[in-house]
Design a protein. Structure first.
Length: 317
């Protein structure tokens, strides 16, 4: 099946959930209506409903066992992942009845659709390639990629020329609106981005892949919710967990595919995160060297950086 169409129902489902509409999961004769918990309002047309939320103790979705039909149980994890991909709070409401007059307007998804919920099924498509002179170097090419299905955009900045026979410096940088653009002191994202760009420009060699995965891939709005919890005393890990997300929701499959598209198979990875190293190696990318990528700390992000080391396993300098 064409990748533009494979996963199309999931993309429609994400769009509808963000609009506050239900999505119908069709399991043969049984149909269930899935709502994002943030927008769910019970009506007279709903016979019963139950909630799927996150159990922090068991690290898995939980639901009302007395109401959840057996036929639905094997799809709970996929449905949970679906709502997280909408960047809404990871809570679902499930109903068995919806207004008959509106049924034909509801997006239907099937178990086959849910089998493509994992981004490891995605492909990438190079859309543009052009010169982009910057203050760091005039010898830069900028690539845009579309991740299919979903049409998510990723970007690559290539400094200098790619030599497939030599390892190349690589930085995988997740989008951080507050750090990259606003100069936030709560994290080290902005300084890390600038450090990589300066390095690549100075040596006229290197690749920055910019990932559209704000807030460790929970979205800016949820990142601000996490910041509010941090204002009350939680650290960056506990705040994400309290909202129902994993410690780190990021995915690096598209990054590896972009490197391969650029004919890069051997890299020196600028990172403190062992997950990035493991992800590249899992996709057949040789990480010949890990380059420490710490920056100057400040009084407002020291605890954040220590938490990433102590709880997420970031490597020491």
């Amino acid at each position: 099946m064409n990748y533009y169409y494979q996963g199309l129902n999931l993309e429609r489902a994400r769009f509808d959930l963000r609009r506050g509409l239900p999505v119908c999961l069709s399991l043969g004769e049984a149909e269930f209506y899935i709502w994002a918990g943030e927008f769910f309002t019970p009506t007279d047309a709903i016979e019963f409903h139950f909630e799927i939320a996150k159990s922090l103790k068991q690290d898995q979705p939980i639901f009302n066992d007395t109401l959840c039909p057996e036929i639905l149980r094997s799809y709970v994890h996929s449905l949970f992942k679906l709502v997280k991909q909408t960047e809404l709070l990871p809570t679902l409401k499930v109903t068995n009845i919806f207004d008959p007059k509106l049924k034909s307007m509801v997006t239907k998804i099937t178990p086959d659709d849910l089998s493509h919920i994992d981004q490891s099924h995605y492909k990438i498509e190079r859309v543009t390639e052009n010169k982009l002179p910057t203050k760091y170097s005039k010898n830069v090419k900028f690539y845009t990629y579309r991740v299919i299905p979903g049409n998510y955009e990723y970007y690559a900045m290539v400094f200098g020329d790619v030599n497939p026979d030599q390892p190349m410096d690589i930085r995988l940088h997740a989008e951080c609106f507050t750090g990259d653009l606003l100069g936030s002191l709560k994290c080290d994202c902005g300084p890390q981005l600038q450090k990589a760009l300066r390095r690549f420009g100075k040596q006229d060699n290197g690749v920055l892949i910019y990932l559209r995965q704000e807030g460790r891939n929970i979205g800016l709005l949820n990142k601000m919710r996490a910041y509010a919890l941090q204002d009350d005393g939680m650290d960056t890990v506990d705040a994400n967990l309290a909202l129902g997300f994993e410690v780190d929701e990021r995915d690096y499959n598209a990054s590896a595919l972009i490197l391969k598209d650029l004919s890069i198979h051997n890299i020196r990875l600028l990172t403190n995160n062992p997950m990035k190293i493991a992800a590249m190696e899992a996709h057949g990318i040789t990480v010949s060297q890990r380059v420490s990528h710490y920056t100057q700390t400040n009084a407002l992000n020291e605890d954040y950086i220590k938490t990433k080391q102590n709880k997420i396993g970031h490597l020491p300098e």
